[in-house]
Design a protein around this ligand. Structure first.
Ligand SMILES: CC(C)(COP(=O)(O)OP(=O)(O)OC[C@H]1O[C@@H](n2cnc3c(N)ncnc32)[C@H](O)[C@@H]1OP(=O)(O)O)[C@@H](O)C(=O)NCCC(=O)NCCS
Length: 277
């Protein structure tokens, strides 16, 4: 069974590599077809654009893409894992079967996170609470700023929020180089907030580079609250209990009481007058 689906189809993917099938493996030469399509439909609306899970046959193509996007050398085992292990949510965007973008994520338990990341959720969340981690998100340069990364991220988030099995995932987080302003703007514009600064987090070509942890809270997840958060929450509660809403609520209750009690009183009066007559 292949797991191709259109970007507009409801998100119904199982987080599993079961039955994955590779499309033809193509190198990343520029795609002339894009030139023809440029003046017709926006890429995001193109029927040629599809999403599918990665399969082991994609390894070579994924390696080329990741090496062109990230200054980090991942070991071969990493590529094998993300393309074959069903614990990874590895989704590719393809255009006429050619891979033009991908997102790789996994879920972990809060207690298993690195020490510096464990505080993304408030202390009231148990160690077994699930969190999502984005290992990789990238789009080929020629296809950037056309909504492909947004589409991949939206699919991942809908998966984590609409599938009941994943409703327990309280946060989605990632690490990013402090110098990667394009990615930082992308995540910030999609509701991710910076959680921590990670000095010398990355080792790139023998040099240490700083990183950030960014988090998006999902399914009721939240960080440890400060005084300001408590004030905000009280203000929200007060807004919900606005005088108009309170009066309407009271009016509805009184009306119910009135319509319920008057017939009862009338019946009591009628029965007592029958008794004394
Ligand atoms: C970060 C990255 C993934 C973004 O990919 P992308 O496909 O360009 O992302 P999108 O097109 O969805 O969004 C980018 C911007 O283009 C805009 N955009 C989308 N469609 C557009 C269109 N048709 N016309 C003009 N702008 C458009 C988006 O609104 C967005 O701007 P915003 O953040 O102000 O809302 C990409 O730059 C990349 O691959 N970088 C290298 C790898 C990397 O650093 N990854 C992140 C670390 S994990």
């Amino acid at each position: 069974m292949s797991v191709y689906w259109s970007k507009t189809a409801p998100v119904k993917h199982s987080w599993s590599g079961e039955g994955r099938r590779s499309s033809e493996i193509q190198c990343l030469e520029r795609i002339p077809l894009m030139k023809q399509m440029e003046h017709r439909v926006p890429l995001i609306n193109s029927l040629e654009l599809q999403l599918r899970f990665l399969s082991p046959q994609d390894i070579d193509q994924v390696k080329i893409l990741c090496r062109s996007w990230f200054p980090i050398d991942y070991p071969d085992t990493w590529y094998q894992e993300i393309t074959s292990n069903p614990r990874f949510y590895s989704l590719a965007a393809t255009l006429q079967g050619r891979m033009i973008g991908l997102v790789v994520a996994e879920t972990k338990e809060l207690g298993h996170l690195a020490k510096e990341d464990r505080s993304i959720l408030a202390t009231c969340f148990k160690k077994g609470t699930k969190v999502g981690y984005i290992l990789s998100l990238g789009v080929c340069e020629d296809f950037r700023k056309q909504g492909i990364a947004s589409l991949l991220l939206e699919n991942l988030i809908s998966h984590l929020t609409s599938d009941t099995a994943y409703n327990s995932v309280k946060a989605l987080y990632l690490h990013v180089l402090t110098t990667n302003s394009q990615a930082i703007a992308f995540y910030e514009h999609r509701g991710f907030v910076v959680h921590s600064f990670l000095p010398y987090y990355y080792a790139i070509k023998g040099k240490r580079k700083d990183g950030f942890t960014y988090v998006l809270y999902l399914n009721g997840g939240h960080p440890t609250w400060g005084a300001l958060d408590y004030v905000k929450s009280c203000a929200l509660l007060l807004c919900q209990l606005s005088p108009i809403r309170a009066l309407t609520f009271l009016g509805r209750k009184l009306r119910l009481l009135w319509t319920g009690t008057v017939p009862k009183l009338r019946r009591v009066a009628e029965s007592s007058s029958a008794l004394f007559s």
